[in-house]
Design a protein around this ligand. Structure first.
Ligand code: HEM
Length: 475
């Protein structure tokens, strides 16, 4: 007999026919046979059991959910990758990687494919936004020292993903096969030829011939739709898994806090998952709206015989193109970028102080030093660009010297020596420790690179000469 019920009541229950569950109820019962949980414990179990939410732990640290700590940048990168994957599939179904058909297909997508233009715009803007967001995420991780042990490996995975994101953008840039695409890729790939010894062969390998042509389009297309997205999505899964393996996110601390904050955890559902959903819906809506009104650029069909003036690389490589205007190609295109990439990869291995993990800019002194470094870079970079454009002429002053030395190593030394001096000065005068010195140098170099990128994008006109944007001659 059932507890609490008389034999008569039980009999009546059995006799009253139950209405057939609706189709929706049947489906819900199949998916959640025990019903939806109503208390925290039940929700925790559901998280643990759920395949979708195995991404998150059952409980999340309240402090690490603060918007002003992560700014949701990692999540936004993931959302953009999803949007890129989905919109990319639609584009893929309507595109032929052959010249000139590729260009005609883009026109067709823009005019005759159902929501084709909107989907193309979404793909274009999400891809460009992803570069900005992933770089901001890297800066957030760097600024909070979140790459220190045990998170070094996740930093390395992150840097690899960023390089792949640049690769995805670069290979995708050529696909519309318009003038913009053709010449930007011609300029961008010319950098490969400066690699010592193997440059020419490597260039041919990448281009599939002596110059950008039908084979390049096919090579870039296959990289763009297979290897690169596969590698990014695989690394993303590994990245998320590592966040969990490393004990969740780092926890924010104020610069005056000496003790680690007390752990305070809440159930992931609904506290974190709801926030993520709202964030994702808001960003998707914003992107949709933007893409409805701002079309992705498309110029006339590629014409290898008609070079635009100036011919510029894609915007994210303009800092690199700007470097090439000031240094011997071996230094500007190979040595400096290689050192920069090695530097970024190895940052977590000489910046180890676990105490300041979670503190934005390490300490009060770290904050002042970051402001100082940023300010110095904002002033000295344009001054150096102007000096080099109008005054410095190393090759003329040292005509008998190899240009690699006169126009490469000498200007490099002229820039590095003051930086070494500055580092020594902040070490001695401000008692800056290793972490703060790393922060100072990295802030200086990073700001400097952003300034070079902006100069390249907005201040370079015909013949790559300097112009004010509002005085730019129109060709
Ligand atoms: C497709 C690109 C990327 C995606 C989808 C992604 C995603 C995420 C997510 C969702 C988180 C946790 C939440 C957050 O911190 O916002 C995270 C954390 C982290 N990411 Fe990324 N990330 C990407 C690129 C990068 C890059 C470029 C780096 C650095 C080089 C990086 C290094 C890290 C590290 C070290 C953490 C742990 C941070 C902490 O514990 O505070 N990630 N990432």
């Amino acid at each position: 007999m059932t507890l609490g019920k008389s034999a008569k009541e039980t009999n009546m229950d059995e006799q009253t026919p139950k209405p057939d569950p609706s189709l929706f109820e049947q489906m819900r019962n199949r998916l959640t046979p025990d019903g939806l949980p109503t208390d925290d414990r039940g929700r925790m179990r559901m998280v643990v059991d759920s395949l979708v939410l195995h991404l998150h732990p059952a409980k999340t640290e309240v402090n690490s959910m603060k918007w002003t700590y992560t700014w949701g940048l990692g999540g936004l990168s993931a959302l953009l990758m999803m949007i890129l994957g989905l919109t990319g599939i639609v584009l893929l179904n309507n595109y032929t990687p052959a010249a000139p058909q590729a260009y005609l297909d883009i026109l067709e997508i823009n005019s005759n494919v159902w929501f084709g233009e909107l989907i193309r715009n979404m793909h274009h803007w999400s891809a460009n936004l992803l570069i900005v967001v992933a770089v901001l995420h890297l800066i957030r991780v760097f600024a909070t020292g979140a790459y220190r042990p045990p998170r070094e490996l996740n930093w390395l995975i992150g840097v690899a993903m960023l390089l792949l994101i640049l690769g995805a953008n670069f290979t995708g840039y050529l696909l519309p096969w318009d003038q913009l695409a053709y010449w930007a890729i011609t300029v961008g790939t010319s950098i490969v030829s400066y690699v010592p010894l193997i440059g020419a062969g490597l260039g041919r390998l990448v281009l599939g011939g002596p110059e950008v042509g039908a084979n390049t389009l096919l090579n870039f297309y296959s990289m763009h739709i297979s290897f690169i997205p596969l590698a990014i999505f695989s690394l993303m899964s590994y990245h998320f898994w590592r966040v969990r393996k490393d004990g969740g996110l780092t926890i924010p601390k104020s610069s005056t806090q000496t003790e680690d904050p007390k752990p305070e955890r809440v159930t992931t559902i609904p506290h974190l998952v709801h926030r993520e959903l709202i964030f994702a819906v808001a960003w998707t809506a914003a992107l949709l709206t933007f893409s409805m009104f701002i079309p992705a650029p498309l110029e006339g069909i590629a014409n290898p015989g008609l070079s635009p003036n100036p011919a510029k690389a894609p915007w994210y490589f303009m800092g690199l193109q700007e470097l090439l205007l000031h240094f011997h190609p071996l230094v500007g295109a190979i040595i400096i970028p290689t050192l920069a990439i090695i530097g970024i990869f190895t940052l977590p291995f000489f910046d180890l102080n676990a105490k300041s993990v979670g503190v934005y800019f390490r300490s009060q002194r770290g904050r002042s030093l970051t402001v100082l470094a940023t300010g110095l870079a904002l002033i000295s970079t344009p001054v150096w660009v102007l000096l080099d454009e109008y005054l410095l002429n190393w090759t003329l002053w040292l005509p008998t010297w190899d240009t690699l030395i006169s126009n490469g190593l000498i200007p490099l030394a002229v820039i590095l020596l003051p930086l070494i001096f500055l580092d020594d000065w902040i070490h001695k005068s401000f008692k800056a420790d290793t972490e703060e010195r790393v922060l100072f140098i990295a802030s200086f170099l990073f700001t400097s690179f952003i300034v070079l990128t902006l100069i390249g994008i907005f201040f370079r006109g015909p013949g790559m000469s300097l112009y004010f944007p509002w005085n730019m001659p129109v060709h």
